[in-house]
Design a protein around this ligand. Sequence first.
Ligand code: ADP
Length: 478
Amino acid sequence: MSVRDFQHFINGEWTAPAGGGMIDSIDPSTEDVIARVGRGNAHDINAAVGAARAAFPAWRDKKPKDRARLLFDLARAIEARVDEFAKWETLDSGKPLPRSRGEVLSTARYFEFYAGAADKYYGETIPLGADYIDFTLREPMGVTAHIVPWNFPMNMIGRSVAPALAMGNTAVVKPAEQTPVTAMLLAELMQELGFPAGVFNVVNGYGTEAGAPLTAHPDIDCITFTGSVETGRIIMKTAAEHIKPVVLELGGKSPNIIFADTDLDLAVAEASKGIFSNTGQVCSAGSRVLVEARVRDAFVEKLAARTNQIKVGRGMDSPEMGPLVSREQYERVEIYMGIGREEGAEVAAGGNRPPEFEKGFFWQPTILDRVTPEMRVAQEEIFGPVLAVLTFDDEAEALEIANGVKYGLVAGIFTNDINRAMRLARDLKAGQVYVNEYFAGGEETPFGGYKQSGFGREKGLEALINYTQVKNVAIRIR
Ligand code: ADP
């Protein structure tokens, strides 16, 4: 397979990186180089922000229905190329091919959903009495910055860029250095479809070299970041310098609470999906299962049996689970396995590199049993296919353990007791709560964190708040 080279996409043109360097992107299944992208720096960022700024007035002033049409066209065009996009997403990230297809189609769905909202996000009239007319305008922010992680490379661009463009903003995207390719394919497509130059720009590069100057640029108007807590903290500090609003979607250590009254086979299947989807590299992974003590043995036995059946393989072979994205992630998982063993957790399934692979960042789907709440493997985000199983005796204890971490992204509840489900849904500190189906929801449902999982909501109409600001106009009738 030939290696593809991509320059930055700035002002509708392919632009050589100012510093001249390129970054290799590798297939985590084989460790082969599959593409090279520009190694961006502050000069490239400056050019991209300048282009986005210049494009903003015309894009803002376009009729919303016309912006919507272009975004609908983009959704259809992504769907038409799903095979090509999915192939590259898999090569770049290691995801099983069917999963990449799903994520590409979901990207199309984001553009469709927000295209539909472009001409329907109204302001309000506010009653001030007979002598006034008062109304609000929802205006775009301007130039929006999007710092994208490697776990859902294309999908996350859709998630934040679609609402930004729909509301009349322009965008500068900095993809993750590990998984830059689909951003470039999207840029190609937007160029073909005739998006005005400068509306969508992509600068690749490392976080410190390209991401940092983007977040520090005085001429951006807001920042959307998805990634680690550490980087989120840096970005928030940088944003403070120019008083820029940020949306931060950070980590999680989400609880999946399983009560004895639930169908155990369902709970096993959902717990497995919750942790092993995308090789556990999901902010909202159900990485802690809290299981009621009296069904613990039966649950762990069934879950271990299911886990041992999961086929791990190269993304292009459509296995159930692919490799981790990078050597760095692989080493992180290895380190946490050591920590878990030292803390006294029992390995009920997996726990090692699968022996059949000489190359690639593969790890067995792993269950750590007899984990207790204070252990690091119960508190810290591993971001790999490693599940911590904890037990509880009653609902109050389940709630305490569930809320007893610094994160609060999502939570799952499996029970047939509607009142218990409602009580927990009320009391769990999490931005999304799933009852009887893990990851329930979609592009339509607001997503974001409590506590150190971040703030601001993406997805759904809720996300439009991030990309608009409200102006109130008060008119005195004389
Ligand atoms: P991870 O450590 O798992 O790679 P990060 O949170 O560091 O996750 O990365 C998420 C995104 O943030 C990537 O696009 C990365 O390049 C970018 N990034 C990393 N450091 C910075 C920084 N200091 N400023 C801006 N962006 C950054």
